[in-house]
Ligand binder design. Structure first.
Ligand code: ATP
Ligand code: MG
Ligand code: MG
Ligand code: MG
Length: 476
């Protein structure tokens, strides 16, 4: 079943059951606490918090999501992308646990010729929050899932809150057993690659007060209205329904891998490392195009830096696969063609998206051309002394003179078996900033001519990138 069909069926199923279909919001969150949308519930947050009265009491969507904290998993696990689509159904004070559980079961297990996804019921494993007897009883007694396929988990995975006082509640997740070739048995509590999580049902049931941290905040009591927030990963379901081993091999991503193969001559399946690179390229190129499509432009902080880092990683992985020319244009083309079927605005906005991406590629190739030799020399020198840590002043020089962000240095050094003295690097950055401040003060009082420092400070000021990873929180 194609991704587009999975999406259509989702929306139709819930629409037929009284849900208003709400189009995906932009990836740029309309929310000061988030850089990018990490979950389907984000556009509905004001309704859940009771700040705004919802115009409907049931809704469904397929929301574009980006989770930058998952970047290190990309290509290595079978199920994490930086961009993915979260299919959701939401109840605002309408149906609750039993309704949500029954809908989920019906949609997943009813036959494909009756509008469902036709998953084998015996392969589905359920997790519930360890104290949620009610959810367990519904799964066992109402739906009929055998008790041995229902597992209880603690707060971490199975209790949801927004990290601020407000609604919270237990979750129940549906996991699919991909079979022994993916690892030993034992259920999702022990093996999350074999028993892959596909759908999270959140039962917003309680109100929490202020406290410190997830584990120990006071639950004040029941919410006046109980809500449902669910999220199913479209790519994960596609992986199962298309019978492939990971989400990068599904219809909308595999074509990008194939294009990368065509451009580099490296076939998929040659080795673990080249496969990881091919998957990173497919994932990151897609994420970058979706971000640019929603108006993000490459930059040195915030969303702009997320985009820059993701694009640069894609380009670097293409080079690791052997491409030495500019290669983005053809990859972009494939991504826009496949994703454009579900997001037609990508096609109407094609020219702008391409020109933003190609300009970034050109800029990065220049940076790489200038800095790679310096980095290689520093690596050789470090290794010659028998050390395994690249000195902080080298990382600082690469940053200050050649525009290498620290994580580029970290990644490129790691590829050659070295770590980097990050503390030393940050100390030099701090010193540079302090000098700049002192200079600014001196300039105001006219005490000294520190124009050389000023210049350095000006340059450093535009390359401050710390804190870019803290843009998402646990949601859904
Ligand atoms: P995991 O434990 O696998 O990292 P999660 O618990 O972080 O997933 P949720 O926050 O519960 O995920 O999000 C709801 C659903 O969204 C998940 O059940 C999964 O199907 C999908 N999903 C979450 N993160 C990703 C990702 N990085 N790539 C693809 N799908 C994802
Ligand atoms: Mg996760
Ligand atoms: Mg999980
Ligand atoms: Mg989850």
């Amino acid at each position: 079943m194609e991704s587009a069909e999975i999406r259509r069926r989702w929306l139709r199923f819930f629409e037929e059951r009284g849900h208003t279909v709400v189009p995906s919001a932009s990836l740029i969150a309309d929310d000061p606490t988030l850089l990018l949308v990490p979950a389907g519930m984000v556009p509905f947050k004001p309704y859940f918090l009771g700040e705004v009265k919802p115009p409907f009491n049931r809704a469904t969507s397929v929301q574009k999501c980006v989770r930058t904290p998952d970047i290190e998993e990309v290509g290595k696990t079978t199920r994490h992308g930086t961009f993915f689509q979260m299919c959701g159904n939401f109840s605002f004070g309408d149906y609750f646990k039993e309704g949500a559980i029954k809908y989920a079961w019906e949609l997943l297990t009813s036959p494909q010729d009756q509008g469902g996804y036709g998953l084998e019921a015996d392969r589905l494993w359920i997790t519930v929050y360890e104290q949620d007897d009610e959810a367990e009883a519904i799964w066992r007694d109402v739906v009929g899932v055998p008790a041995e396929r229902i597992q209880r988990l603690g707060m971490g995975p199975n209790f949801w809150s927004m990290g601020v006082p407000g609604p919270c509640g237990p979750c129940s997740e549906i996991n699919y057993d991909r079979g022994p070739e993916f690892g030993p048995e034992g259920g999702p509590a022990v093996n999350d690659e074999r028993y892959v999580e596909i759908w999270n049902l959140v039962f917003m049931q309680y109100e929490r007060g202020a406290g410190d941290g997830k584990e120990d905040f006071p639950i004040l009591g029941d919410l006046p209205a109980k809500n449902i927030d669910t999220g199913l990963g479209l790519e994960r379901l596609a992986m199962i329904l298309q019978g492939v081993h990971n989400m990068y091999e599904t219809d909308t991503l595999r074509v990008v891998i194939d294009k990368a193969t065509e451009l580099t001559g490296v076939p998929y399946g040659r080795s673990h490392d080249t496969d990881v690179s091919l998957r990173v390229v497919a994932d990151h190129m897609r994420t970058a195009m979706m971000l640019i499509g929603d108006g993000v432009v490459p930059g040195n902080e915030g969303r702009g830096y997320v985009l820059r880092r993701i694009m640069r990683r894609a380009i670097r992985n293409m080079r690791m696969l052997g491409a030495h020319e500019a290669v983005a244009a053809e990859l972009i083309d494939v991504v826009l063609n496949t994703m454009g079927q579900q997001y037609p605005e990508l096609l109407t906005d094609r020219q702008r998206i391409e020109s933003v991406a190609l300009a970034e590629e050109a800029r990065f190739l220049k940076t790489l051309a200038a800095g790679t030799n310096i980095l290689d020399a520093a690596v050789t020198e470090t290794k010659a002394t028998g050390a395994t840590v690249l000195p902080g002043d080298q990382a600082f020089l690469l940053h200050d003179t050649w525009g290498f962000p620290i994580d580029l240095t970290l990644e490129m050094a790691a590829e050659q078996g070295l770590s980097v003295d990050e503390d030393g690097f940050r100390r030099l950055m701090r010193e540079q900033r302090d000098r700049a401040k002192a200079d600014a003060r001196a300039k105001k009082t006219g005490h000294a001519d520190l124009s050389a420092y000023r210049e350095v400070a000006d340059r450093a000021g535009t390359t401050d990138f710390t804190g870019y990873l803290s843009d998402t929180n646990e949601a859904t």
